[in-house]
Design a protein around this ligand. Structure first.
Ligand SMILES: Cc1cc2nc3c(=O)[nH]c(=O)nc-3n(C[C@H](O)[C@H](O)[C@H](O)COP(=O)(O)OP(=O)(O)OC[C@H]3O[C@@H](n4cnc5c(N)ncnc54)[C@H](O)[C@@H]3O)c2cc1C
Length: 562
């Protein structure tokens, strides 16, 4: 049994920021991650991080834009925290060494992003996540924080509504081990790879979210899935919103800047839900290019600016589409990008289970509501990563020493159960994970996408139920102990199914259109019936849905126009 006061599960931005805070408060903290921290998906973030640094900007404007962007589903108390703390967190990252792009006067450069009233997105070229992640990783190394690299957490243990620790598998040798903690922080990222077309890395399967769900903690607002408007046609690698922020145009096959028909004043810089739907509508109505894409044109920005501020996406376009955006437009289509929903947690990342925290993309602290604004997720990781660290440190300090044998029993029992479950999974007389996961991605893509309607959502749920049955007799043929990726994928598949089921059911039941959840059979937002958060609890029959109120403090819901 390995013991720490706190273990942070996840080595992305939110996990590293949380661990740094805990370490600075003198807590015995460790990080555990299925990939080395700097391979976490945070490193792929391109466009930037929001903060109202400009003298003509304010945290209140940032908060208003965020709430309006969320289609009024975000909790306004947590949005206030996000936007008030943003300048401090960004300046802190600058002081810790992040290599932000600069204005001529040496201050941090900021670019316009969709749905924002001011240019408030701070950036490091188009490699912002990479820069932030390395800054925090260096700090973790300097602090000497213990990192368990390449371990997969497979089970969270909650007894008497208190998290006791977890079971994890060392991927180097497939051995299972118990970690006993006073507090555990989930910082396990998003689930993009339950969709066929996603900007996310293949590691992003949302397993961490299902760990909490399976331990009895609800998932919140899962039906709100962000589809990024501009992903590279063919591979769906992200082409940052920064490309439009720097002045890029979207054209259909008739060379029309079609955004004039959807968001006449904001044009290409309308929020993501609106731009993604506009592109999809152009494609669906035959005004896209054959194969299903439109053009993102940045040629008029010139080589120098493209090289300086969008060098990463230039290289991506050359390498993966054979197109140099200095010379030609980039073919783009919408793709799954971000999860607004996640583990239900509060303004300090605390979940309803004592001693269990969730931060970053795996959490639903509810600052993004029904549609996240670009640049607010990187901000979310550092603001709430730090806050969870502060709160978890206080929580650990408040615990009294007590008889621990019963807790150890629960952990040992969980270890034995996991060993049995994995050994039952080994063999050649069943189906492999891959057919099930491919079918799942397909049905999510086709039936729970940008445009949704009752029949398709019902079809998705039927498919998912059948896949859940098939997954019960899943088998892993590979017997290798070292990096058994077939075993890892098989373990994570059940989590993917959990999430998909809750997303599809939440989307079916929510009979309105709000933010990224757009029902072609219920076109309007319906505040009378649906201005509320969805909570999904696991039952043997699948998710059970409950609802809770949205926290509205300052901004009364209005019609959302851009
Ligand atoms: C291509 C791309 C570009 C983006 N650009 C921007 C941007 O410019 N601005 C912005 O605000 N947002 C952006 N986002 C969103 C933002 O990058 C992410 O939401 C954010 O970085 C997520 O950070 P995180 O710490 O929550 O998770 P991640 O960085 O995904 O880290 C998750 C960690 O959890 C670990 N993990 C997961 N499951 C387990 C397990 N079971 N056991 C052990 N470890 C586990 C992983 O190893 C990893 O270390 C972008 C997203 C994408 C996909």
């Amino acid at each position: 049994m390995i013991t720490h006061d706190v273990v942070v599960i996840g080595g992305g931005l939110s996990g590293l920021r949380c661990a740094i805070e805990l370490h600075e408060k003198g807590v015995d903290v460790a990080i555990i991650s299925k990939v080395p921290p700097i391979r976490s998906h945070s490193g792929a973030a391109q466009g930037g991080i929001n903060a109202s640094l400009g003298s003509d900007d304010s945290w209140e404007s940032h908060a208003f834009d965020t709430v309006k962007g969320s289609d009024y589903l975000a909790d306004q108390d947590t949005v206030e925290i996000l936007c008030r703390e943003a300048p401090d967190r960004v300046i802190e990252m600058e002081h810790w060494g992040t290599n932000f792009s600069r204005k001529d006067d040496g201050t941090i450069a900021q670019r316009p992003f969709g749905g924002a009233g001011f240019p408030r997105t701070c950036y490091a070229g188009d490699r912002t996540g990479h820069n932030l992640l390395h800054t925090l990783h260096e700090r973790v190394l300097r602090a000497g924080i213990k990192v368990y690299r390449e371990w997969l957490v497979t089970k969270i243990v909650i007894e008497d509504n208190r998290c006791q620790g977890f079971v994890a598998m060392n991927l180097l040798n497939s051995e299972l081990e118990v970690f006993k903690t006073k507090a555990t922080v989930l910082a396990t990222g998003g689930y993009g790879r339950i969709y066929e077309r996603s900007t996310n890395a293949i590691i992003n399967k949302g397993f961490g979210i299902s760990l909490a769900y399976r331990a009895g903690v609800p998932m919140q607002d899962m039906e709100f899935v962000q589809f990024h408007p501009t992903t590279l046609w063919g591979t769906n690698i992200l082409i940052t919103e920064g490309a439009r922020g720097e002045g890029g145009y979207l054209y259909n096959k008739d060379h029309e800047r079609f955004m004039k028909d959807y968001a006449a004043s904001s044009m290409e810089l309308a929020p993501r839900d609106i731009v993604a739907r506009s592109i999809q509508q152009e494609i669906d109505e035959g005004r896209g290019f054959p194969g299903g894409y439109v053009h993102l044109d940045i040629t008029h920005l010139g080589k120098d600016l493209i090289e300086k501020r969008l060098g990463g996406i230039r290289q991506i376009s050359i390498d993966f589409a054979g197109i140099d955006p200095v010379e030609e437009p980039i073919p783009v289509q919408p793709g799954q990008h971000y999860s607004m929903g996640g583990i239900s947690s509060d303004k300090d990342g605390a979940t309803p289970a004592n001693g269990l925290y969730a931060v970053g993309e795996c959490a639903c602290i509810s600052v993004h509501g029904a549609n996240r604004l670009g640049g607010n997720s990187l901000l979310d990781t550092v603001v709430f990563g730090r806050r969870a660290g502060v709160h978890a440190a206080d929580y650990v300090a408040s615990l009294e020493e007590k008889e621990e044998s019963e807790e150890d029993d629960a952990l040992e029992q969980a270890l034995n159960n996991e060993r049995t479950a994995i050994s039952d999974m080994m063999g050649s007389d069943g189906e492999s994970y891959s057919g099930i996961s491919e079918k799942l991605k397909k049905t999510m893509q086709e039936n729970v996408g940008v445009f949704r309607e009752k029949k398709k959502l019902q079809k998705a749920i039927e498919d998912i139920k059948k896949l859940e049955e098939r997954a019960k007799s899943l088998k892993v043929k590979t017997t290798a102990k070292e990096f058994n990726l077939e075993l890892l994928n098989a373990i994570e598949l059940k989590g993917m199914l959990d999430l998909a089921h809750a997303i599809a059911l939440g989307a079916l039941v929510r009979e309105e259109s709000r933010g990224a959840h757009y029902r072609t059979d219920f076109l309007e937002r319906d505040d009378g019936n649906w201005l509320k958060h969805t909570l999904a609890y696991l039952t043997p029959e699948g998710p059970r849905l409950e609802y809770k109120e949205v926290n509205i403090t300052t901004f009364q819901p209005q019609r959302r126009t851009y």
